[in-house]
Design a protein around this ligand. Structure first.
Ligand code: BGC
Length: 469
């Protein structure tokens, strides 16, 4: 188990880079403006959002690459692209080159966002898979928090090059760390390399479980490899829709308007620069802490209760934020306190549910033959929706005001809850093979690591898995 946890923690450095690189720009923007001779708002938005566009591309390429050349080489390439992109940003001679650098970093962020949970999901034993895959989300939130602290710490010197450049260190660690790890047993067996898979599993599992796992994986794989068309087949389409819908709901319920813009919002609301940044660090810390709580609970209470309970908290937070902004964006006294409390409740509730559960679910619900590609599609939908929300938030804010925007997010969160209750299956404690077998309508007993008895009765059949059967 120590080896699995170690491997998951090393791989999760990819998540740290995802969080750091998406978070760091909020502070760096302040200093880019004067550096390049007064950039327009649109030019600043471009620096922020080109990373998200790059991430759509990265998620697209990484899925195919991970299926074709393996998970480990894909992570090595991702780490290399991270290093190149980050150094290009840190040493950029011009604004135009900085834009290219952000696009390159985006490629790595998008790739990492899918290949990290993919790999961890495949080396983890079912019993601990929820917590282990969600180490990635923990790393994302830690990356965001560290980037806020770095921005805050370097604010007086205005050293935006260092803000960008510091990300090279975890990228190099990721590269070196992954070299010490083994290829995913799933991928090896799929390539007919059973001997290697067996020796990888022998390192990761108690000896009694290796044979059974190998034969389970082989039986799932023997059903053949699938092309893109399989994604739309009767067996896979319901799971594909669940992944894509969760991806879109994760973004259109507003998380990154808080993660990227909270300091600006609070500043406009009347807080001084440093109080706004401090409140931001507070929000980042709550994000980390609640993710830790989620990791402890995911494999005990299951995914659905956290997802549905957390989303309810998000809706409450957004309604409170909408109320705080009635009467204008300038907040004083009680309304300022209400706004900050609302953002904290909202972010904490995201962190305990929809944040980790989305990335976890998409590593669990797809059949092996299409897992890489299907995870790519869900990740691309996530980055695409993120891009649209991020690029339109400030415009929406000036058009319909804080109350309008937050009420809209609250409404979308209620729709998300309705969807989760109806369509999202419980996957706690089940082997990936068992989830897949159920998806195809055939039976495969769960391994000792994941007794089906832990399954709340009747939950899977309500979800897409049951529909597909
Ligand atoms: C989301 C990111 C978000 C982060 C916040 C992730 O699950 O995909 O878009 O910035 O959580 O913690």
């Amino acid at each position: 188990m120590r080896r699995v946890t170690g491997g998951a923690a090393i791989t999760a450095l990819g998540g740290l880079l995802f969080g750091y690189d998406t978070g760091v720009v909020s502070g760096a923007l302040l200093f880019l403006k004067p550096e390049f001779g007064g950039l327009s708002n649109f030019q600043l938005e471009l620096v922020t959002s080109l990373l998200l566009l790059g991430a759509i591309g990265g998620a697209l390429i990484a899925g195919r690459l991970a299926d074709r050349i393996g998970r480990k080489p894909s992570i090595l390439i991702t780490a290399t692209v991270f290093v190149l992109g980050v150094l290009l940003a840190a040493f950029t001679p011009s604004y135009a080159v900085l834009l290219i650098a952000r696009l390159v970093i985006g490629l790595a962020v998008g790739s990492s966002s899918m290949v990290v949970p993919l790999y961890i999901g495949e080396i983890a034993p079912p019993r601990f898979r929820g917590g282990l895959v969600s180490l990635n989300q923990l790393a994302i939130t830690l990356g965001i928090l560290v980037s806020y602290l770095v921005d805050y710490g370097l604010a007086s010197s205005g050293n935006w090059r260092l803000m960008f450049g510091l990300a090279a260190a975890p990228a190099v660690l990721l590269f070196g760390g992954i070299l010490t790890q083994k290829e995913s047993p799933y991928w090896l067996i799929e390539r007919g390399r059973d001997g290697e898979a067996r020796s990888v599993l022998a390192r990761l599992r108690p000896s009694g479980e290796v044979d059974q796992e190998v034969s389970e994986i082989r039986s799932v794989i023997s059903q053949g490899r699938a092309g893109l068309r399989e994604l739309l087949s009767r067996a896979v389409k319901p799971a594909l829709l669940v992944g894509v819908a969760m991806a879109v709901f994760q973004q259109v319920t507003g998380i990154n308007t808080v993660i990227y813009y909270a300091p600006s919002l609070l500043h406009d609301a009347g807080l001084g620069n440093s109080s706004a940044l401090l409140a931001n660090v507070g929000i980042g810390a709550v994000n980390v802490l609640m993710t830790i709580v989620a990791i402890r609970l995911l494999d005990r209470t299951g995914r659905r209760p956290l997802l549905i309970g957390g989303s309810t908290g998000m809706a409450i937070g957004m309604i409170a934020a909408a109320l705080a902004f009635i009467g204008g964006t300038h907040l004083t006294g009680g309304r300022a306190v209400l706004a900050i409390a609302a953002l904290v409740v909202y972010t904490g509730s995201f962190a305990i549910g929809l944040g980790p559960v989305f990335w976890l679910m998409i590593s669990e619900i797809y059949p092996q033959r299409v897992r890489g590609t299907a995870m790519s599609v869900a990740s691309m939908a996530n980055w695409g929706a993120n891009f649209l929300v991020t690029i339109s938030f400030l415009t929406m804010l000036s058009a319909i005001g804080g109350t309008g925007v937050f009420a809209l997010f609250a409404f979308l969160t209620l729709m998300a809850i309705w969807f989760f209750i109806r369509k999202v299956p419980e996957t706690k404690g089940r082997s990936l093979q068992a989830i897949e077998a159920e998806l195809r309508g055939s039976q495969l007993p769960d391994r000792p690591g994941g007794p089906p008895g832990q399954q709340p009765p009747g939950e899977m059949p309500q979800g897409p898995v049951g529909h597909a059967a």
